[in-house]
Design a protein around this ligand. Structure first.
Ligand SMILES: Cc1cc2nc3c(=O)[nH]c(=O)nc-3n(C[C@H](O)[C@H](O)[C@H](O)COP(=O)(O)OP(=O)(O)OC[C@H]3O[C@@H](n4cnc5c(N)ncnc54)[C@H](O)[C@@H]3O)c2cc1C
Length: 392
């Protein structure tokens, strides 16, 4: 047996023993996702067990170095792990801004002390992070941010306002962009800093959305003490790190376009709702729309895999994350538009068990944000035009 075959067998055996049966089906709704953190309320004992077991094994971050608690897997092993998880339909053990965003930035730019302090609790799901980038006057034009941190010798004092802070009221720590040199040119003089959300002077106020939920906050910083050893990379050099972090965020958001994301296959739902006739969907107009979506999703999955392999082997262009983000989010929006058509008036049911508490209309509304969060579609198209097509 080759090493990889042996690894596959061990992985299969371990998952068989450690993945609870109830975790071998897609998470039903946002609330069913596992975010971890100090105050997280697990939806079941199985959810907690699954996160803890995968965290202890390092498989919540399979390709991070083992010395910080990661899985230490190489590309081939990581691929096998993904395949084996998919084989048993296992859901993600941990959804985490720590793993998707700040972890990769700390790994690449952080001091050894920061790595040792922050990476293990991220991997084990003990600390939940939020992102303090956007401000009322700085979204697409992120480098225009005005929140600042003043140097007070052995620490900084931060003041300002962030907005659209996803889960700011639930997170334990924030990674935050602040202006540390007010006289420097726009992109210069920005630092990426980390602080505990329980620090005095940090206030996160939820914003209510049309879907009825409040996933975002306005976050106010009033004389917040930030320790100097919590700056990622060099002071005033945060812009490069912020952009690197965004490439990871965009790749992650683009993943929403994958056919299996959200746990409900479009064609399966269509077959159930519309019925089939000689192996073909009853409704000829929707048949074409569903087929086109499935074909586009299959092409997207192959492109995403190729691009990710290229980037990991050092041959890719960083800006391809803009391409994945743009296409993946537009694809996800299209999926939900089609799901609404397929389900007809049933798609508008907002409450009750039969509709999974309005999973479809609520998720449809949420997809509208996909092409805004992490940089809007227009901004991704600008990046693609300039950095991939060389038009700028
Ligand atoms: C679901 C969701 C979650 C989010 N979570 C977070 C979070 O956790 N932390 C955080 O910091 N931020 C978060 N954001 C904020 C997000 O990053 C910003 O909304 C986004 O960057 C756009 O900025 P803006 O809202 O200020 O819009 P604006 O920048 O004001 O843009 C308004 C419109 O103008 C267009 N536009 C702007 N500039 C250009 C240009 N140069 N060329 C062409 N068109 C342009 C945009 O595409 C958009 O259509 C979240 C947003 C959403 C929707």
């Amino acid at each position: 047996m080759s090493d990889l075959q042996a690894f596959r067998q061990e992985t299969r055996d371990w998952l068989e023993e450690n993945c609870p049966l109830s975790m071998r089906q897609p998470a039903k709704a946002g609330e069913d996702m596992c975010w971890g953190g100090r105050n997280f309320k697990f939806s079941s004992e199985d959810q907690k067990l699954w996160m803890q077991r995968m965290g202890a094994k390092g498989w919540t971050a399979p390709d991070w170095p083992a010395e910080y608690g990661g899985g230490g897997l190489d590309r081939a092993q990581h691929k096998i792990l993904k395949e084996e998880l998919a084989r048993i339909n296992a859901r993600s053990p941990l959804d985490s801004f720590g793993i998707w965003m700040i972890g990769p930035a700390i790994l690449k730019f952080g001091s050894e002390a920061l790595k040792q302090q922050h990476l293990p609790p991220i991997i084990r799901g003990e600390i939940r992070w939020c992102q303090g980038y956007s401000e009322p006057g700085a979204g697409s034009d992120l480098a225009g941010l005005q929140s600042k941190a003043e140097d007070r010798g052995d620490h900084f004092i931060a003041n300002g306002q962030k907005v659209w802070t996803s889960y700011g009221d639930k997170a334990d720590w924030m990674f935050c962009l602040l202006r540390t040199d007010p006289d420097a040119k726009k992109q210069m003089g920005i630092s990426l800093v980390l602080f505990d959300m329980e620090t005095e002077g940090v206030t996160a106020k939820p914003i209510k959305l049309i879907s009825g939920s409040s996933p975002f906050c306005e976050t106010f910083l009033d004389d917040v003490r930030v320790e100097k050893d919590q700056v990622v990379g060099e002071v005033n050099q945060g812009w490069t790190i912020a952009k690197y972090l965004l490439t990871h965020e965009r790749e992650m958001i683009g993943g929403m376009g994958r056919a299996e994301a959200g746990g409900k296959s479009l064609s399966q739902v269509a077959v159930k709702a519309l019925g089939i006739d000689n192996g073909r969907l009853h409704n000829p107009l929707l048949r074409g729309e569903v087929a086109k979506w499935e074909i586009d999703a299959a092409c997207f999955a192959l492109t995403a895999e190729r691009v990710t392999d290229e980037v990991k082997s050092g041959h890719g262009v960083g800006a391809t994350s803009a391409m994945l983000k743009y296409y993946g989010t537009e694809l996800n929006k299209r999926r939900f538009e089609t799901l609404l058509k397929v389900n007809g008036s049933d798609a508008m049911v907002w409450d009750g068990e039969a509709s999974d508490d309005g999973w479809l209309p609520r998720t449809w509304l949420r997809t509208k944000g996909n092409s805004i969060e992490g940089g809007t579609s227009e901004v991704q198209l600008n990046v693609i035009a300039k950095n991939i097509l060389g038009l700028g």
